[in-house]
Design a protein around this ligand. Sequence first.
Ligand SMILES: NC(=O)c1ccc[n+]([C@@H]2O[C@H](COP(=O)([O-])OP(=O)(O)OC[C@H]3O[C@@H](n4cnc5c(N)ncnc54)[C@H](O)[C@@H]3O)[C@@H](O)[C@H]2O)c1
Length: 290
Amino acid sequence: MGLLPLAMAPPAEAFNADTPMPHHSSVSGASPIVPQTHVGQRVLVTAAASGIGLATATAFLQAGARVFICDLDPVALDAALRDQPGLGAMVCDVSDEEQVAALFKAATGQLQGLDILVNNAGVAGPTALVEDMDFSDWRRCLAVNLDASFLCARAAAPLLRAQGSGSIVNLASTAGLFGFPRRAPYAASKWAIRGFTRTLAQELGPFGVRVNCVCPGSVSGERIERVIRAEAASTGQSEADVRSQMTAYVSLKTFVSPQDVAHTILFLSSAAGARISGQDITVDGHTETF
Ligand SMILES: NC(=O)c1ccc[n+]([C@@H]2O[C@H](COP(=O)([O-])OP(=O)(O)OC[C@H]3O[C@@H](n4cnc5c(N)ncnc54)[C@H](O)[C@@H]3O)[C@@H](O)[C@H]2O)c1
């Protein structure tokens, strides 16, 4: 993705789908060198106290950006700030209109503007057949996965349009490319994010603002472990069976890492991605079917 200097890339034959891809680390063990692709860029990443969001915020910091994050969970946010003291941060539920207004006031005040918005917030939602699902669970999933991206994009759009530059990256999922039995609100919200992305790209493109979305596959970490436990409980399968099914139809036979997703977000929002807009890019090892 252009972020790993050629001199540090492993030889092609060293790649194995079971081995995590290298991220800014030298095969010789020397200090990592991170290309300064985002010097001075002002970045807001939502729901970034953990997971993909924190990996993305960290990657932006390492690439020279100034980064503000928010999260619903104050304890996780404190831990993230101890890990990355360079971050600005605020507790915020991004599905709430008033809290998003306060977030943008704080973030754009501290950053003195905005160049990049990463709409990362998303929850797995309920695991159940549509006929067994509570309306409140459906609505909560749509509120975080779709409404929050609308609220944040609506706040960012006039700022980016006025300065004639900037980039928005939305987080969708491979669940937004296929049907997903027992995860209807999640799949519906992620399909919607793709339509929202293309529409926003058309609205903001004439003003030099780019909008893309990233569709991660199953990302290693605490969240996917929760999903595996819920799927096993819902279907009566063992967790091991659920886990192996999740990579059975992935060409590279692996989960992806939060850093894999972060690097794609950085690429899309960098000068290297200057002519890329309205796209959904999968980072999933190639999901053949769901
Ligand atoms: N992890 C995966 O396997 C995977 C796969 C495909 C897509 N995604 C998408 O990537 C994005 C990030 O996923 P993740 O796995 O890193 O998430 P996660 O479950 O690790 O959660 C990240 C953070 O979101 C915060 N959060 C939840 N609701 C919030 C809200 N309303 N307001 C503010 N913060 C909130 C949580 O407190 C948490 O710290 C999501 O949009 C998700 O749907 C994830």
